[in-house]
Design a binder for this molecule. Structure first.
Ligand code: HEM
Length: 409
């Protein structure tokens, strides 16, 4: 276990000696041929193509979808809480919102509502199969078996979505989702990458994004809600900023330019993820003997785990590290800003999270819309500050909230 920032970063940035080592069940769930298992040069080449799906131009398409789906869900939450105002855990509320948002951003209307519902309902089986140790054979009744059934159901919809996207783009329609954007990008005159992506391969990429994002995003969202509700001073500042940027029109669709005008919200999201990083460590495995220090060489085939938590709670970089303090990100000269190497929420090196900007943007939009449309209260229990690990971190009581229509709109 590498607990210092230097050692953690050394592992993450030494692809010649160490590669990510996903839990055993991941290969069975994702399929061994999924791009996420590529290493070295072939990984770099493949990622180059996928990086194009997260450019600012691409995010400009996704932002509108994220905002629209979020508002639809928030209206539904408000209806539910108006009908029955007892506090409810937001664990599955947030997970469902996140899954539907991801499916709509990735596949647009190429997946119908029934398909999106099926994937959303079954996905929990995948989360449950992500334990470090699982029964090795995917026999009926095991968690891994159930997760594989979920992948098969999801892939059926995703393969069909990729095929429909190709037809839509060939007919000259405007790109409305990530698949469309990808298909259109491959037709651009200056495009130099591979063009022979089959429907199945594109579907596997989309599935890898769902797999990599669903648990981490849900964790980030839930702690975002909990942290804001528990810090009324911060809640107030986030709301003031929203009212300022949205002016007299709370229904105005959120754009990238509007998000640029919300530095306090962005600082809050960054800080919330620092205090409770969804992913606290990522197991890597040495592919050859790794001379990590002058006096120690890690033998080939060993698991080495860079810890992120320690870097993110280093008191020299983040004074009072357990205190939620968005202001530390607002001063360009602060130690938080001058030590970006400590911010390991999304990892580092060649496997650093590809969806980083997407993730920060989506969490920001959900919280911004929620604080604009609703008043919310967190019912604190003795388990609110305890952490449960279900693939990523969650508050042990799953965060009990009440939502009401905003009193002073
Ligand atoms: C708060 C949300 C998220 C967190 C905390 C998070 C965190 C991480 C971390 C720690 C890694 C491993 C990095 C390393 O080994 O150095 C990772 C990898 C990855 N993430 Fe994320 N992630 C989030 C959201 C997303 C989203 C939204 C997507 C896709 C849309 C995504 C796609 C991926 C992929 C594909 C990888 C593997 C990259 C590779 O191996 O090249 N993640 N993420």
């Amino acid at each position: 276990m590498a607990s210092s920032n230097d050692y953690a970063r050394k592992i993450l940035n030494s692809p010649a000696h160490a590669e990510p080592c996903l839990v055993h069940s991941a290969k069975q769930i994702l399929r061994a041929e999924n791009w996420v298992f590529l290493t070295g040069k072939s990984h770099v080449e493949y990622r180059k193509v996928l990086n194009g799906l997260f450019t600012r131009k691409a995010l400009g398409i996704y932002v509108g979808i994220q905002d629209q789906i979020t508002r639809e869900f928030l209206k539904r939450w408000l209806d539910e809480h108006t009908a029955d105002p007892t506090p409810k855990p937001i664990m599955f509320t947030c997970r469902d919102l996140n899954m539907v948002t991801s499916l709509r951003v990735f596949c647009g209307s190429h997946i119908d509502d029934a398909g999106a519902r099926e994937i959303t309902q079954k996905y929990w089986d995948i989360t449950l199969a992500l334990e470090l140790v699982n029964f090795p054979l995917p026999l009926p009744g095991t968690k891994v078996y159930r997760a594989i059934q979920c992948r098969k159901a999801a892939m059926k919809h995703l393969v069909s979505a990729a095929a429909k996207s190709k037809i839509a783009m060939a007919s000259g329609k405007e790109p409305e989702c990530m698949l469309d954007y990808w298909v259109r990008a491959m037709e651009e005159p200056g495009y130099k990458g591979r063009k022979d992506f089959t429907d199945d391969e594109m579907a596997m990429v989309v599935f890898s994004f769902l797999f990599a994002s669903q648990d981490a995003m849900s964790s980030g969202l839930i702690y975002g809600f909990q942290h804001l509700a528990d810090h009324p001073d911060i809640y107030k500042k986030v709301r003031e900023e929203q009212d300022r940027v949205r002016g007299s029109n709370p229904d105005r669709p959120v754009t990238l330019e509007m998000l640029d005008e919300m530095p306090y919200l962005r600082a809050f999201v960054r800080e919330s993820l620092r205090v409770k990083p969804p992913v606290t460590m990522v197991p890597y495995k040495t592919t050859k003997a790794f001379p990590i220090a002058d006096d120690y060489t890690v033998p080939s085939g060993s698991m080495i785990i860079p810890s992120f938590y320690n870097s993110l709670h280093d008191p020299e970089v983040y004074p009072e590290p357990d205190v939620l303090n968005p202001e530390r990100w607002l001063d360009p000269q602060s130690s938080a800003n001058t030590n970006p190497k400590n911010y390991l929420v999304f990892g580092a090196g060649p496997h650093k999270c590809i969806g980083l900007e997407y993730a920060l943007m989506n969490i920001a939009i959900v919280l911004a819309d929620a604080i604009t449309m609703m008043d919310w209260d967190h019912v604190r229990t003795e388990k609110s500050d305890e952490v449960e690990i279900i693939a990523t971190l969650f508050p042990k009581d799953h965060c009990l909230m009440t939502f009401r229509p905003r009193a002073s709109a």
